[in-house]
Each structure stands twice: as structure tokens, then as C-alpha cells.
Ligand binder design. Structure first.
Ligand code: ADP
Ligand code: MG
Length: 422
């Protein structure tokens, strides 16, 4: 590993999915004016599908012949990628399918992942977001991407690549949907209205803190890429005998552990190892609610079981709790300055009800990363968290989409996705 960057298979074409209604409705125009010519010059063979409605992309990838393409490129906002990742997650071969090469070209009003990649790669993203992102697709190197499994009270599981949370930022994100036509400025515009009228949410937050090395031990540069990915006509099905169903995930987990635990003894999540594996097997036998039990398992207990002893719990009123795995959740929302796309960490940004309005008002100048030094704004690196709301309503936000209000938990799948980069 680490000798050459894995790349998309240039002998196959890319599948490009375009949401004509994302953001201010310019995605098709962006394709014609900017993307098509770069692809043409680079001889990047591709097929375009314009989505016809919400969930169209999700249905397409649920049954897509992945071996036919070298990857899926999204020209839209984060919402369309959320559909694609969950379509892949709903496949019988989901463990392999979620590793499928993904490219992201910003065309929506919420482009958190594209902006985060630009930040991580130190690209002049803001100068030309579409061009920078299109070049990432054309180069087609694959970089590992942290994903997360979200488990809801109804036993549903979702795959997430950006964030999960409730309160101020979630409310702004969801309620500003109606401002979609103004494009990316919607986030700032709505925040003025929302902060004038703060809501507080009683809730219980539990989390397993990430064990991080001191900052001089964390590599400053992009870590070497570490795996190559091919999708053959008949993907190899992981053997039942393997302890971790995916040879790669085992090594990936170990790598992250070595990177971020003091003793390297391995505690990516939950209480690790055997007990959880057993729990996973039991839940698979006992339930038919979905086919994701065996991965879920190794990391966290069921939502109706108590959290492990090494988790921390905070019961309070919150103005917001938002866990994010990328540095930006929108172009102008630099929520977790230390986050990288594949550090195996979810950063919780937490503001409690007792925080003075003057601290919160500073957020209105922009979520520009300086908020991490504002008293009353807490940043907590975790590998798993559980949210148990005690109020009757609110918006739970996963990657910018609303899910039913109620207990929910999430854990990181470090480096499980593959994103196209230069
Ligand atoms: P934005 O960043 O502007 O929100 P997204 O790409 O996130 O743009 O898309 C917003 C929503 O549009 C997503 O929830 C997606 O499911 C939905 N969607 C996808 N294709 C279409 C379509 N053809 N018409 C309407 N909605 C669509
Ligand atoms: Mg991260």
C-alpha cells in the first residue's frame, strides 16, 4: 500500500447524476458551460442522467451495475449525494458498494463536501468551485472518506457523510430550504432571523470521545492513500468466517486506531471486539429490520441499550448539538476547522442553553472557524454519539436532510468511502 494512488478505472465511463432543481436550478447549465468542456479535453468518458424527481438517484444506484462504470459523479448539492450513498447502502452488497468511487461537483445550495475537499487539498476552491471540483474528478485519484452509520429509533439505518445534529444550525439549514433560490447565501440570511429567537432543546447527549494524539503527532499533510478499489463483474462476497466481513475495513480500523489512540490498543468505537460481534450476530438472527446489523454491531450497542461505561453523558438544555465529519457543512459554514475527510472523527459542536447570547451572536459574523475559541462553544472529538431529545419536536438533521425527531445514534466508519481527488 501507499506506493501509488489508486485511481478510477479509465477504461470505463463515469456515471454523472445531475439534479436540475438543486440550488438556484443551474446544474444543467453548469454542466454545459463548464464541466462538459473539461471532460471533453481530458477525454473523460461519461454518461449523464438528469434526475427527474427526489429519490430517482437513490433508485438508480440501488440496482445499478457498478461494474459498468468507473464511478458516480454528483453534480448537485449534498442532498443528491445523500440519496446516492443511501441507495448504495440499501443494496445487498452494501459493504462493498459504499466504497464505490464518488466524485462531487457543487451545483446546489449546500455543498459542504465539495468545500471540505477544497479545504483539505488546499485548493483555490472559492475562486472557481466547479472547475476545482471537476479537475478532482478528471484526475480521479481516490482518497478515503469517512462515513457514518446513523441508527434511528424505528430501527432504520442511514449512511451519512457530512453531519448529524439538532438545534440552531440544523434549524437554519432546514428552515432556509425555502430560500434555496438565493443559493448559498441562504444559510447566512436565515441565521439572522433564527438567532433573534433562540430555541432551547432539553436532551441527553452521550458520546465516546476520540482518543487523539497531540497535534504534533498528527500528520499535517494528506495521508498516503492506502487501498485500491476495483469492482469486478462478480464482486467477491466476504466470507462468513472472516471476523470483520471486509478484510479492508479491519486494516482501516487498525490504521485509524494506531493514528489516534495513545496506546494503539484499539477502541475505534464502543467496547470493541468480541462482545459486540456477538451482539451483532444476535440482532441479525432476531430481526429482519435490515441487513446492516453486522457492521453496526462492532461499534455501538443498540439504541435501546445503555451506553458503554467509557462513554460520557451530558443532560442539559441545548441551543445546538451538531456532529460533523467534514470541515464545512456548507460553503460558508466552517464548522470543524480541525476536521479532515478521513481522520475517523466526528466533531461535536455543542452550545448549551446557559451560553450568553453575546457568544451566540458572534456566530452571526459567520461560522468561519473562529467560533471554536468563543467561550460557551464546545468542540468535542468523538467516534460515536447518541442523541436522546426530551422535547416534543425539533429537526434532526442528517447531511442536510430531516429525519424523524427522536432518539438517534451514529458511529463513524473511518475511511470507508472513496472520493475522487487530485
Ligand atoms: P441543494 O443543495 O440545493 O439542497 P440538493 O442536491 O441537495 O440541492 O438537492 C435537494 C433535494 O432535491 C434533494 O433532497 C434531492 O432528493 C431532491 N431532488 C433530486 N432530484 C430532483 C428533481 N429532479 N426534482 C426535484 N428534487 C430533486
Ligand atoms: Mg473527518
Amino acid at each position: 500500500f501507499g506506493t501509488a494512488n489508486p485511481q478510477t478505472d479509465k477504461s470505463k465511463k463515469l456515471l454523472m447524476l445531475i439534479n436540475p432543481n438543486s440550488g438556484p436550478g443551474k446544474a444543467q447549465q453548469i454542466y454545459k458551460k463548464q464541466v462538459a468542456s473539461v471532460f471533453g479535453e481530458a477525454e473523460t468518458d461519461h454518461e449523464v442522467i438528469i434526475t427527474e424527481r427526489a429519490n430517482h438517484a437513490r433508485e438508480i444506484v440501488q440496482s445499478l451495475n457498478l461494474a459498468k462504470y468507473s464511478g458516480i459523479v454528483i453534480l448537485s448539492g449534498d442532498g443528491l449525494l445523500f440519496e446516492v450513498y443511501n441507495g448504495l447502502f440499501e443494496r445487498p452488497d452494501w459493504e462493498q458498494a459504499i466504497q464505490y468511487p464518488i466524485g462531487m461537483i457543487p451545483g446546489g445550495s449546500g455543498n459542504g463536501l465539495a468545500r471540505s475537499l477544497g479545504q483539505w487539498l488546499n485548493e483555490p476552491y472559492l475562486a472557481n468551485p466547479v472547475l476545482v471540483s471537476t479537475l478532482n474528478v478528471v484526475y480521479g485519484h481516490l482518497s478515503p472518506l469517512d462515513l457514518a452509520i446513523v441508527q434511528t429509533a424505528e430501527g432504520k439505518r442511514l449512511l451519512s457523510f457530512l453531519s448529524i445534529g439538532f438545534g440552531l444550525i440544523s434549524d437554519i439549514d432546514i428552515e432556509s430550504e425555502r430560500l434555496r433560490s438565493i443559493g448559498e447565501a441562504r444559510f447566512v440570511a436565515w441565521s439572522f432571523i433564527r438567532v433573534a429567537n433562540l430555541r432551547k432543546y432539553p436532551a441527553k447527549i452521550s458520546f465516546k470521545r476520540a482518543q487523539r494524539k497531540t497535534s504534533n503527532q498528527i500528520p499535517k499533510v494528506r495521508p498516503p492513500l492506502m487501498h485500491s478499489q476495483t469492482f469486478e463483474e462478480e464482486p467477491e462476497v466476504a466470507s462468513e468466517a472472516l471476523p470483520d466481513h471486509l478484510p479492508r475495513s479491519q486494516s482501516v480500523v487498525q490504521e485509524v486506531e494506531t493514528l489516534y489512540t495513545e496506546d494503539g490498543s484499539g477502541q475505534e468505537c464502543g467496547d470493541g471486539g468480541q462482545q459486540n460481534h456477538k451482539r451483532g450476530v444476535e440482532s441479525e438472527n432476531e430481526s429482519n429490520r435490515d441487513n446492516h446489523a453486522l457492521t453496526d454491531d462492532c461499534l455501538i450497542p443498540d439504541l435501546n441499550e445503555p451506553v458503554p461505561e467509557d462513554w460520557e453523558t451530558i443532560e442539559d438544555n441545548f441551543i445546538m448539538v451538531h456532529a460533523t465529519y467534514q470541515s464545512h457543512i456548507a460553503t460558508d459554514a466552517f464548522i470543524a476547522p480541525e476536521a479532515t475527510p478521513n481522520d475517523g472523527i466526528m466533531w461535536i459542536m455543542m452550545i448549551r442553553g446557559s451560553t450568553p447570547k453575546s457568544s451566540i451572536a458572534k456566530l452571526l459574523l459567520g461560522l468561519d472557524g473562529t467560533h471554536v475559541n468563543v467561550p460557551g462553544i464546545e468542540m468535542i472529538p468523538v467516534v460515536a454519539l447518541r442523541i436522546v431529545p426530551a422535547s416534543s419536536n425539533g429537526y434532526l438533521n442528517v447531511d442536510g436532510e430531516v429525519i424523524p425527531w427522536g432518539p438517534v445514534q451514529a458511529h463513524i466508519l473511518p475511511r470507508r468511502g472513496n472520493i475522487m481527488t487530485r
